[in-house]
Design a protein around this ligand. Structure first.
Ligand SMILES: NC(=O)c1ccc[n+]([C@@H]2O[C@H](COP(=O)([O-])OP(=O)(O)OC[C@H]3O[C@@H](n4cnc5c(N)ncnc54)[C@H](OP(=O)(O)O)[C@@H]3O)[C@@H](O)[C@H]2O)c1
Length: 266
């Protein structure tokens, strides 16, 4: 995590994880946040507020994450850094379909803003089964939790799968755009990272002038591999996504240096 990152941490914010008691949170999201903290790319004014059905207190959630990080971290865990990180974890037990959950969320967010100095910027991560995406976005809309005002941003990351075919993806898009501006939406559908295709990537072959003393024409073959992304091994994909979202620059993720490129002549 070096040259492809800007040299500043993300904006102060609370990351609200819907589905925080689930697999993705412990396996990918918290380790990715921890890596960002280790690289000084996480703002000091930062908090995670987990929401799920499981009955847990904030203390229970902190203890659970503290156990899980030692199992799922992709780099060695610095106890001092983790202790500081852990104090910024909060938890709310509630059902995604219950409007009360969003009322309680609003109250807890105000408390977290005060305790952590997060300034009213909220990043909502939908780490849930896809059948909840519409409901959660709609409830966030009706409760005013995604309204951007007075310089505060509100962004939503939607996990995969984004629909199961063209029509369902279009319908989901239509519902989301009824609540959110396009600039507030971050989609993640990383089938390119699935094992079946991650070793394939894209290969291009073309004729070009090859630099060198003779400047001769030759065949250039370029291989774009996606193996580093959202595969089963430690990846920088989630770090990049979360960092993009925290600084509000979706283009970072598309920078060519994020794709492993190899080329050679034949
Ligand atoms: N797991 C991965 O490594 C992985 C990788 C890539 C993408 N994803 C995607 O990430 C998303 C989440 O996957 P996951 O593996 O984390 O799923 P999961 O382990 O089944 O977790 C789902 C979470 O949603 C909560 N939940 C379910 N119904 C709820 C409701 N009505 N109200 C409140 N909370 C509810 C569960 O809470 P309770 O346990 O308290 O009921 C749990 O915390 C999916 O879209 C998946 O495709 C997962």
């Amino acid at each position: 995590m070096t040259d492809k990152w800007l040299d500043r941490p993300g904006d102060p914010c609370v990351m609200v994880i819907f589905g925080a008691a689930g697999d993705l949170t412990k396996r990918k999201l918290i380790p990715a946040l921890y890596n960002l903290a280790q690289s000084s790319l996480l703002p000091k004014e930062f908090a995670v507020l987990g929401v799920a059905r499981a009955q847990m207190s904030t203390d229970d959630f902190r203890q659970k994450m503290s156990r899980d990080i030692y199992e799922f971290a992709t780099s060695s865990v610095d106890a001092q850094l983790w202790d500081a990180f852990e104090k910024h974890l909060y938890y709310l037990s509630g059902d995604f379909q219950d409007p009360d959950t969003y009322e309680q969320l609003q109250e807890l967010l105000a408390t977290v803003d005060q305790e952590c100095g997060t300034g009213g910027n909220y990043l909502y991560y939908l780490a849930t089964a896809p059948n909840f995406f519409n409901d959660i976005v709609w409830q966030l809309g009706t409760s005013g939790l995604v309204r951007e005002e007075e310089g505060m941003w509100r962004r939503v990351i939607i996990e995969k799968p984004f629909g199961h075919d063209f029509d369902s993806a279009r319908a989901l898009n239509k519902n989301i755009s009824g609540v959110l501006q396009e600039s507030q939406v971050y989609r993640i559908d990383h089938y390119l990272g699935k094992e079946t295709v991650q070793n394939i990537g894209i290969s291009l072959q073309f004729g070009a002038k090859v630099p060198g003393p003779s400047v001769r024409m030759g065949t250039v073959e370029m291989n774009f591999a996606y193996a580093d992304y959202f595969g089963t091994q430690p990846s920088t994909g989630y770090e990049t996504l979360l960092y993009d979202c925290m600084i509000g620059d979706a283009t970072l993720f598309q920078r060519s240096d994020n794709v492993e490129i190899s080329s050679h002549q034949r």
